[in-house]
Design a protein around this ligand. Structure first.
Ligand SMILES: Nc1ncnc2c1ncn2[C@@H]1O[C@H](COP(=O)(O)OP(=O)(O)OP(=O)(O)O)[C@@H](O)[C@H]1O
Length: 455
């Protein structure tokens, strides 16, 4: 029987700062129902004024989902917990449905968090979920290249969503069976989602395989995840050190690496730092492939070159190693929308809402006019980087004339750390912070797990 004494919820929740409240993501399944009740108990004891809102997403994907949301609403009403159901009304894709549902779920949860002014979302992911995740990624890594990737660390205890809300997973160390024991003890039922056992999907297949194995397989998977997480944090901290020491931004959109970085002792960290910077300069949400980026690093060590990877031009010449967004496949001119991401690299905020405005790359001619020669940085590279920056234009009157040039008061185009802009797992905080400082991204909201380094 699970220990339901204060000790358990203290152990689970006391590392988390609930001062600004919490959104509990509750599907109505056993894990998130237990999460909700344990959290409610903890807050009642330790922070009774902290706001708690339970949110259920009705994906509308199967019959019964609305009834499950209503069951959660009833439980919340009984326990005096505020609850909202949000419906996923968007288009449902025919392939990749679990990923699309997950994307929509986080989006809706984050919307609820913003509407309530609560920057913390807690989910009921358990040790069982963690083991499944790690085994799925392990199988995929083996298929791809036989190289153990950073994904083996599994789910992070905390993940920053959209650089704004923290998603925290307090139950990652708990077994599902223990949570179900707790619910039985409390005489609280839960919904069993039939999708969880539908072996047409990968996760239920792994779940079934785990259930058929001895407990050893799960323990090994969790051990592997723990070790991989430690390694990922270590290599991330070393990569952050390299970025701070060797990377500069001499002009808008242009990153210069001191070639001494190529000779740094820790090759894994150099490779990781390079991958993060390539994705950032190119505005790509995922890191470039291990093998291709390792080959590029090998060539850089051999001497000067000009190459492209991850939409980034890598230009190594006598004056340094430079990275900037390539000119190809920049977004075409489109209506400027406030609070959106442009080209995966710039967060756009419109200050001037009058008139129909287009947003488009600045272009070579305007860049030539605007780039200021500092006598050190190659002028051609400064212009190439500037040409790929966003600029505003009046929609109808004079489409050729850029009006809101980079730095104009009409709009702000704040750089984002592209590979971590949507999901930043706490494992990767150190390199994300180093890159954010380098490119002038917005500061990170403090982690509810205490400071930026704790995870
Ligand atoms: N429909 C949903 N509404 C709100 N939160 C959800 C929903 N689906 C999943 N979550 C959150 O994500 C976590 C992990 O999702 P997962 O798909 O493993 O959950 P589940 O099996 O549907 O439910 P549970 O984890 O509660 O048993 C849940 O514990 C919950 O916090």
């Amino acid at each position: 029987m699970l220990d339901t004494e204060p000790d358990l919820s203290t152990r689970l929740f006391s590392p988390i700062d609930f001062t600004r409240g919490a959104i509990a993501a509750v599907s109505g399944g056993s894990d998130s129902t237990a999460l909700l009740l344990l959290l409610k108990r903890h807050l009642a004891r330790t922070a009774s004024s902290a706001k708690l809102l339970a949110v259920t997403i009705d994906h509308g994907l199967r019959q019964g989902s609305a009834a499950e949301a209503q069951a959660v609403a009833r439980l919340c009403a009984e326990r005096g917990i505020a609850h909202r159901t949000l419906v996923w009304s968007g288009r449902k894709p025919s392939t990749g449905l679990p990923a699309a549902a997950r994307e929509a779920r986080y989006h809706l949860l984050a919307e609820a968090a913003r509407a309530e002014g609560i920057p913390l979302i807690v989910t009921g992911h358990t040790a069982d979920d963690q083991a499944e995740t790690v085994l799925m990624r392990h199988a995929r890594d083996r298929e791809l290249a036989g190289i153990a990737g950073r994904g083996l660390a599994g789910m992070a205890p905390a993940t920053l969503y959209d650089w704004r809300e923290w998603i925290v997973r307090p139950l990652l160390g708990m077994r599902r069976s223990a949570l179900r024991d707790f619910l039985r003890h409390e005489h609280v039922g839960w919904a069993d989602d039939p999708t969880n056992t539908d072996e047409a999907f990968e996760r239920p297949r792994v779940r079934a395989a785990l259930a058929g194995e001895s407990a050893g397989l799960m323990e090994n998977a969790l051990l592997l995840a723990g070790q991989a997480a430690v390694e990922r944090r270590q290599v991330g901290a070393s990569a952050a050190g390299l970025i701070r020491r060797f990377a500069r931004q001499p002009s808008t959109g242009l990153i210069r690496l001191d070639p001494a970085m190529l000779a740094a002792d820790d090759d894994r960290a150099t490779h990781y730092a390079l991958r993060i910077l390539l994705a950032t300069a190119g505005g790509v949400a995922f890191l470039p492939d291990q093998a291709r980026s390792a080959a590029l690093l090998g060539r850089l060590k051999a001497g000067f070159l000009c190459a492209t990877l991850s939409r980034t031009v890598v230009d190594f010449r006598r004056t340094g190693l430079f990275l900037h967004r390539e000119a190809r496949s920049l977004p075409p001119a489109a209506t400027a929308v406030d609070d959106t991401l442009w080209d995966g690299r710039r967060h756009i905020t419109l200050n001037d809402r009058c008139g129909a405005l287009l947003i488009a790359p600045l272009g070579a001619a305007a860049a030539r006019r605007l780039a200021i020669d500092d006598g050190e940085t190659p002028a051609g590279l400064m212009r190439a980087a500037l040409a790929a920056e966003p600029a505003l234009r009046q929609a109808l009157e004079n489409p050729a004339l850029p009006q809101g040039e980079p730095g104009s008061p009409a709009f702000a185009a704040r750089p984002v750390v592209s590979p971590f802009a949507r999901f930043l797992p706490s494992f990767d905080l150190a390199p994300a912070l180093a890159v954010a400082e380098l490119i002038g991204a917005s500061p990170l909201p403090a982690s509810p797990l205490g400071g930026h380094s704790a995870d």
